[in-house]
Design a protein around this ligand. Sequence first.
Ligand code: ATP
Length: 213
Amino acid sequence: MTETLTSLAILGGTFDPVHFGHLRTALELKQRLSLDEMRLMPSYLPPHRIPPRFKAIDRMRMLKLAIASEPELSVDDRELQREGVSYMSDTLAQLREEVGDEISISLVLGMDSFLSLPQWHEWELIPQLAHLIVVARPGVPFGVNGIMERFLHAHETRDRGEIKHTAFGRVLSQTMTPLDISATRIRNLISSGYSPRYLLPDSVWDYIQHHGL
Ligand code: ATP
């Protein structure tokens, strides 16, 4: 691999709705690893969980509002365009085809998502397409065994430079500013009549109120 690769990272999720846990993680990681691009990628229909509460179009609009004044972040809406169940292996294969073999692609996952990886469709293909950057999440202990222990043993690196200077195949763990925020908690607050303000951007909370969501 040469030193001139460009690097692209994806934070996939339902963003139901987007909150500061997503945004701060994405920005901090992009800057810490000097990545060229950080894309937030909303899934249309996540395979391993209940369907999102907010409609795809609203989740997308809220994401756009959330990053409107942050040029370091962008939104990639390919899974919404594709519709159907959003399999990350399909998405990464499509992305890899677009950018070619030399570009570094990373999939950013919170610890909860990383631990669920063996339940994902064709998850073994993912390290052949991208790196994984695993971000600690408050309240989610790190505990791997069996298949995930072997997976980590085969792929783990502690060298941040490897993420930028190789194209795929490494797993890097990072601790960012811990923010104990989840979309579930935000939805619960709203449905109980409480305000979620200061857990998510004001523009997103204003959008939810304005549209009676
Ligand atoms: P829900 O509560 O509905 O499950 P969520 O808050 O976990 O939602 P997702 O859209 O499912 O949000 O998360 C997208 C990705 O961002 C996942 O990899 C998840 O682990 C990560 N993530 C979400 N919130 C945080 C947080 N507070 N800190 C670090 N990572 C996070």
